[in-house]
Design a protein around this ligand. Structure first.
Ligand SMILES: Cc1cc2nc3c(=O)[nH]c(=O)nc-3n(C[C@H](O)[C@H](O)[C@H](O)COP(=O)(O)O)c2cc1C
Length: 354
């Protein structure tokens, strides 16, 4: 019995199967605009019950990488509508992932006049690609003032409204992988002394306020958030396991009170069972699990008590017909790392179907 490919219904979420396409930045959005190539890419993958788009900037300051899309201008909204129409025609649902890159970025990638911002003014180690001058050290972020935090929240809420206007079935807040929301959650990168820093409650305040304000604006049934507990992506150094555990169980409990539709856990490093259990017992909505799943381990995860849905990243990237391949127990194409972020159709829309 293959649960993976059977319909899913829980609360407001009804999907044709349990298969989720994980959010993946693909850097094809030249000029930060969705385009016809992206329409083709997403519609090819509409065998998924749910598609979560690539990280999409809610504001110009969130465009830390080259060629990532935004959803803050009229033109971006109308171009995203072509994507949502094509995916809906394929019988899938699609939500936009709102990704504010925060301190992960470089001034060469930002539009004129936009400032690289962070929870605090702590520069990320490591380097980032720019179209202008290749690999560069990250730029140093400017710490957000209290008014700056309010403006970020306002930008996210408007972007969520824009998502609905563009035909998306909802929005996912990117609270994972070391971008702005996780920069606030993390005690080494957030050294603020206002209400958005300090204790677990303070550091979690931005994530919770965003979820609450967006739920009020577009409906809690259309809101989800992604986290990556224990991850070190984005130059985040480990902190005490117990504090990580408490941070994410606290978040799950607060998000349960708001009543958002889903939590999405990117397990890109091993997550202790205790943390999975703590999140599951605090949150009654849909939980999506992602990270190095195969069709077999994904199927097993759907019966293990934590995950309601399972998300595939790289396997969906390289297998547009992943649902059909799983159904046929067919081999999967391998992803080509060299074309993950390069412009154009190669390694994007040209992966073969069965
Ligand atoms: C090319 C690429 C781009 C990614 N971009 C994003 C992103 O924009 N937002 C996000 O939350 N995760 C992003 N991820 C992480 C994936 O969503 C997923 O968590 C990761 O690939 C692990 O799942 P997998 O083993 O099924 O590939 C990206 C992964 C890849 C391979």
């Amino acid at each position: 019995m293959n649960t993976l490919l059977t319909p899913y219904a829980k609360g407001p979420l009804t999907l044709k199967n349990h298969l989720v396409m994980a959010p993946m930045t693909r850097s094809r959005a030249v000029g930060n605009l969705p385009n016809a190539l992206m329409v083709e890419y997403y519609s090819q993958r509409s065998g998924a019950g749910l598609i979560i788009t690539e990280g999409t900037a809610p504001a110009p300051e969130g465009l830390g990488y080259p060629r990532i899309p935004g959803i803050f201008t009229r033109e971006q909204v109308s171009r995203w509508h072509s994507v949502t129409d094509a995916v809906h025609a394929g019988g899938s649902r699609i939500v936009v992932q709102l990704m504010h890159t925060g301190r992960i970025g470089h001034y060469d990638n930002l539009p004129e006049g936009a400032q690289l911002i962070g929870a605090s003014g702590i520069k990320a180690g490591g380097r980032i690609f720019t179209d202008k001058s290749g690999m560069q050290e990250h730029s140093t972020p400017t710490a957000l003032t209290s008014d700056g935090v309010a403006a970020v929240i306002e930008g996210f809420v408007q972007a969520a409204r824009n998502g609905v206007a563009a035909g998306f079935d909802g929005i996912e807040l990117h609270g994972a992988s070391g971008y702005l929301i996780e920069q606030f959650l993390h005690p080494h990168v957030n050294t603020r002394t206002d209400e958005y820093g300090g204790s677990i409650e303070g550091r979690a305040r931005l994530a919770i306020r965003l979820a609450k304000d967006i739920a009020d604006a577009i409906g809690r049934e259309k809101v989800g958030i992604r986290f990556s507990p224990y991850s070190q992506l984005g130059d985040l150094q480990p902190y005490a396991d117990q504090e990580v555990h408490e941070t994410y169980t606290y978040l799950a409990a607060q998000l349960e009170k708001i009543g958002i539709a889903w939590l999405h856990i990117a397990a890109n490093v091993p997550v202790p069972q205790k943390t999975f259990d703590g999140i599951r017992s605090a949150f009654s909505g849909t939980i999506i699990l992602c990270g190095r799943l195969t069709p077999a381990t994904a199927e097993a995860a759907l019966h293990a008590g934590f995950a309601d849905l399972v998300a595939f990243g790289r396997s969906f990237l390289s297998n547009p017909d992943l649902d059909k391949r799983i159904a046929a127990n067919a081999p999967l194409n391998e992803p080509d790392l060299t074309t993950f972020y390069t412009p154009g159709a190669k390694g994007y829309t040209d992966y073969p179907t069965l």
